[in-house]
Design a protein around this ligand. Structure first.
Ligand code: 8X3
Length: 257
């Protein structure tokens, strides 16, 4: 076991809102120094200020994970932060609900870029540091990474890509002192996910959760991530599927009223 006096450091992508922001709050409360990255700089700074005011160590860095050169520059910036103990690859999202027959390939490309190549970029940039720190890499995939549904093709394909990235990486790193954890959430109500998927149509976004008593919250997933990364180093939680009680599969959702 390594001994260290400074707080462990966690890097979280997509940390300006939703599951990423909640994960930053939970990891900070668990004693991590958190490095928050996302494209929306103003929201990042607001969260960093909130965490700092609460006595936590938090740093904001504006980053588009699909910009590989920018990700490499970010890795150099992290040099002054010493070991990197946890990386949470959370940046991602869905665009559109068109069928395979009618989807715009540009949407599919964007989803592959952020959900798969963004994760690949940040993973490649920080992996040597994670291995050196006996660290933990988390991939936020989705239940969409495990089974498909009509109208979900582009997102489901991208999340299957994220799932395969995590599975392959775990095989390739076997024997090295680093863990690869995949968290696959089902129905989580956040302010942004469904709204982005429905291209800003709030009514359609709200309809996703209509009648569902208790969809998961970003905090539920953040707690799960914090629990998984804080297991003893020899315990690797390979894959956790987390759904609300009202959702038994991507298809079977209990709605009231
Ligand atoms: C989100 C889950 O059901 O919208 O990652 O694909 S779903």
């Amino acid at each position: 076991m390594r001994t260290r006096t400074a707080a462990p450091t966690a890097v979280i992508t997509g940390a300006s809102s939703g599951i990423g922001a909640a994960t930053a709050r939970h990891l900070a409360a668990a004693g991590y120094r958190v490095v928050l990255t996302a494209r929306r700089e103003d929201r990042l700074h607001a969260l960093t200020e909130e965490l700092t005011a609460a006595g936590h160590q938090a740093v904001a860095y504006a980053l588009d994970v699909t910009d590989r050169a920018a990700v490499m520059t970010f890795a150099v910036f992290l040099d002054e932060y010493g070991p990197i103990d946890v990386l949470v690859n959370n940046a991602g999202g869905a665009i559109g609900t068109e069928t395979v027959a009618t989807a715009d390939p540009a949407d599919w490309r964007t989803m592959y870029d952020v959900n798969v190549l963004g994760t690949l970029n940040v993973t490649q940039a920080l992996l040597p540091r994670l291995v050196k720190a006996e660290g933990t890499l988390v991939v936020l995939s989705s239940t969409a990474g495990l089974a498909t549904y009509e109208g979900g093709g582009g997102y489901v394909a991208a999340k299957h890509g994220a799932h395969v990235l995590a599975e392959t990486l775990r095989l390739e790193l076997c024997g090295q002192p680093v863990r690869v954890i995949e968290i696959a959430p089902g129905m989580v109500r956040t302010e942004g996910f469904a709204l982005t998927r429905y291209r800003g149509d709030q009514d359609k976004a709200d309809a996703v959760y209509a009648g569902v008593a208790d969809p998961l919250t970003a905090d539920d997933i953040a707690e799960t991530i914090t629990w998984a990364v804080s297991r003893p180093p020899h315990v690797n939680v390979d894959l956790l599927v987390v759904r609300p009680r009202a959702q038994a599969s991507n298809y079977k959702v209990h709605r009231e009223g």
